[in-house]
Design a binder for this molecule. Structure first.
Ligand code: CP3
Length: 347
């Protein structure tokens, strides 16, 4: 169990072992295009990565949802694809299409990756974290994050987001040693990146494994559980008290094994996971986070209230962090976010 580091922050109290009521709440992608004030700042920079590497802009858009909604945690504004970018792969974000990368599909491509400059390249994100830790309210937790090796590898190999990951899955079967090289590079770069985030002020870390659900059981153990366990070990060796949240999306019955084998302190659940089942199957030492359907947040009204109430009922008396099952989508009306916060806090 974690030492009671900062009793003023409800989210850290949950990791320290307390049941906090009402549960702390934050939302994945709480900064983003559903907020007009985000779009206004974003419009000033054409390249999304450049935007992530501009501390003035990144600090501002991280703070925007806090000002509006008073979330219990703030997540540093960046992206999971800064790691391939820092390794020297070409990464671009195209309007209406999302990320586009120069795909890596063979040993030649792997050999071009260079891990030496990762920390220097990502220095602006550490600067953003330092400023945020000075600027956020004293009751708000500061979350750092990275993509998990498997999910980042999917983008690196496929070259884009809309995919069923066929090339990455095939490569991992066809040439496991080559694919392992890629995973090792990512474990190393991601661990160093996360440790530096903690040194810069991150109080909690989250690992996003958005594509974890496409794997067979054997490959899930090899490409999700093992690399995540390595990252947890390396980060904890340097930063023993920082809580780490895993997010193995759409992994259903494999989640208890994921928790047991990786040593994460918390697990973020997608909306397909029955909360009562998760509370039964996952040891109490692991904090659960989740898992409102992000579509309900678009719909609003009574349906949204019922969705929130269901989660509140099932998580009552437990160590829990209220969140979505996946990130906020751009068409979400900001008022619906406020509706959720008010319902949780009983206003
Ligand atoms: O508020 C926050 O949550 C912090 C910032 C954050 C972003 N991306 C900003 C972003 C976080 C935590 C992420 C994580 C991320 N990025 C994931 C994991 C979570 C998930 O959604 O599954 C993934 C897979 C990515 C990769 C990525 N980045 C994609 C597929 C896209 C395009 C889709 C889209 O929504 O546009 C992005 C772009 C991106 N990352 C935007 C934001 C706010 C939108 C781009 C813009 O504003 O121009």
């Amino acid at each position: 169990m974690m030492p009671k580091t900062n009793p003023e922050k409800p989210i850290l109290r949950v990791f320290a072992g307390d049941v906090v009521s009402p549960s702390p709440v934050w939302m994945m992608r709480q900064a983003g295009r559903y907020l007009p004030e985000y779009k206004a700042v974003r419009a000033k920079t054409s390249s999304f990565l450049e935007f992530c590497y501009t501390p003035d802009a990144a600090v501002e858009v991280t703070l925007q949802p806090l000002r509006r909604f008073g979330f219990d945690a703030s997540i540093v504004f960046a992206d999971i694809l800064v790691i391939p970018d820092a390794l020297g792969q070409k990464v671009a974000f195209k309007e209406g299409e999302g990320p586009v990368l120069d795909p890596i599909r063979d040993l030649e491509g792997l050999k071009k990756l260079n891990a030496d400059g990762v920390i220097t390249h990502l220095a602006p994100i550490f600067e953003t974290l330092k400023r945020l830790s000075a600027e956020i309210p004293k009751t708000t937790g500061l979350i750092g994050f990275a993509g998990s090796p498997w999910t980042v590898a999917v983008y690196m190999v496929e070259g884009r987001g809309r995919t069923d990951c066929e090339r990455a899955r095939a490569w991992a079967y066809r040439a496991p040693d080559e694919f392992q090289m890629l995973m090792d590079i990512l474990v190393d770069a991601t661990s160093r990146y996360l440790i530096e985030q903690v040194k810069s002020g991150a109080e909690i870390l989250q690992l996003f494994d958005s594509w974890a659900g496409v794997l067979s059981v054997d490959q899930f153990r090899k490409l999700v559980i093992k690399p995540t366990r390595r990252i947890v070990e390396i980060v904890k060796a340097a930063c023993p008290t920082v809580p780490i949240i895993g997010f193995p999306r759409q992994c259903g019955v494999m989640i208890p094994e994921f928790v047991r084998e990786t040593g994460v302190d918390g697990v973020s659940l997608d909306h397909g996971v029955p909360l009562d089942w998760a509370f039964r199957e996952i040891p109490e030492t692991c904090v659960l986070q989740g898992n409102l359907d992000n579509r309900l947040l678009v719909v609003g009204g009574d349906a949204l209230d019922r969705g929130v109430d269901d989660i509140l009922l099932k998580s009552k008396g437990r160590r829990f962090i209220f969140n979505l099952g996946h990130g906020i989508v751009p068409e979400t009306p900001p008022d619906h976010v406020q509706q959720v916060i008010d319902r949780i806090r009983g206003k």
